[in-house]
Design a protein around this ligand. Structure first.
Ligand SMILES: [Zn+2]
Length: 314
């Protein structure tokens, strides 16, 4: 993730409290029959994505990763009847991948992760187990689950699983370096007239850490962060989630800037003193099926909760 962080101003925190108070009246005890992912399958996908090697933005590695993701989706049993996958036309060198599962409504929720990896001059073969592959594994295993679900039932809303390219800054985060794929994706939503149908965005980043503790980015939409906490608790993961105060520049941010509800599920404390982050220590032995499953299952619960409540939580 990001070296660039922004301190939250107290006014934002105060606003968060007010919004949280306002939505608490809507908090309900209902549980929705959301599907769950296969954690071991997610790990297999993560391992294979890791094994592709470096996936640096604007290199052949990132393009190959995108093509590999699209191919994996097409190979999911029953996928051709349940969903569709595409690599949207690239506008600034990015290779995003979008998997769409149509549901009861044209309204959709984006569940996202980045598939590119950080360019590390000191570690030229850096392939990003947690910082990249864990999110790819989470989303591909989610695609597998949704393809199965769609054979029996209609999804409560349309779901788009989006794998962003260019999340990592090649140099440092600026308006044009870093978050390139997510910015391009939001621009595409504008141009396609899809903004009104995009109801929420749930981002998974660095969710594979064996020692998982997800601290929601402080610049997540408060009402949506509250739904995530509520669903994490209902799933029995209350001890693995908290609401952070630190704003993080991540792929949820372009959605926030476009006034769409978005939340960043991130564990930005990877190894002692975050020492596995953006180093050669970010290898597959540091991540687990259980952690990926924890994050992805909560994301699915959030999707079902929002859709079946008619987005009343937001
Ligand atoms: Zn990173």
């Amino acid at each position: 993730m990001k070296a660039a962080r922004l301190r939250l101003v107290s006014a934002f925190a105060a606003l968060a409290v007010l919004v949280a108070a306002a939505v608490s009246a809507c908090n309900d005890e209902k549980s929705f029959a959301s599907p769950a992912i296969d954690g071991e399958l997610a790990m297999k996908y993560a391992q294979s994505n890791f094994d592709l090697g470096p996936k640096v933005f604007r290199t052949e590695g990132a393009k190959k990763s995108a093509e590999w993701i699209a191919e994996q989706a097409r190979m999911i049993p029953g996928f051709d009847k349940a969903g569709r996958v595409r690599i949207p036309p690239s506008t600034r060198g990015e290779y995003n991948v979008e998997i769409t599962f149509p549901g009861k409504t044209d309204d959709f929720i984006v569940v996202g992760a980045h598939h590119d990896t950080k360019r590390l001059f000191s570690v030229p073969d850096f392939a990003g187990a947690n910082d990249g592959a864990s999110g790819v594994g989470a989303l591909l295993a989610t695609a597998d689950t949704l393809a199965k679900y769609a054979q029996e039932q209609i999804l409560p809303c349309t779901v788009r699983l989006v794998f962003f390219d260019g999340e990592e800054a090649l140099y440092q985060y600026t308006e044009t370096d870093g978050l390139v794929g997510s910015r391009a994706y939001v621009d595409m939503l504008h141009q396609a007239g899809d903004m009104k149908h995009c109801r929420a965005m749930v981002l998974l980043d660095m969710i594979g850490d064996r020692d998982l503790h997800i601290d929601l980015a402080g610049n997540s939409t408060p009402a949506l962060a509250k739904v995530v906490m509520s669903e994490a608790e209902a799933a029995g993961y209350a001890d693995k989630f908290s609401r952070g105060k630190t704003a993080i520049l991540d792929d949820h941010y372009p959605f926030i800037q476009a006034n769409l509800p978005a939340v960043d599920l991130i564990d930005f404390n990877y190894g002692p003193d975050n020492r596995y982050w953006h180093t050669g220590a970010d290898t597959m032995d540091k991540i687990s099926a259980e952690s990926i499953k924890t994050a992805a299952d909560v994301a699915l619960r959030v999707v079902w909760r929002l859709a079946e409540n008619g987005f009343a939580d937001l």
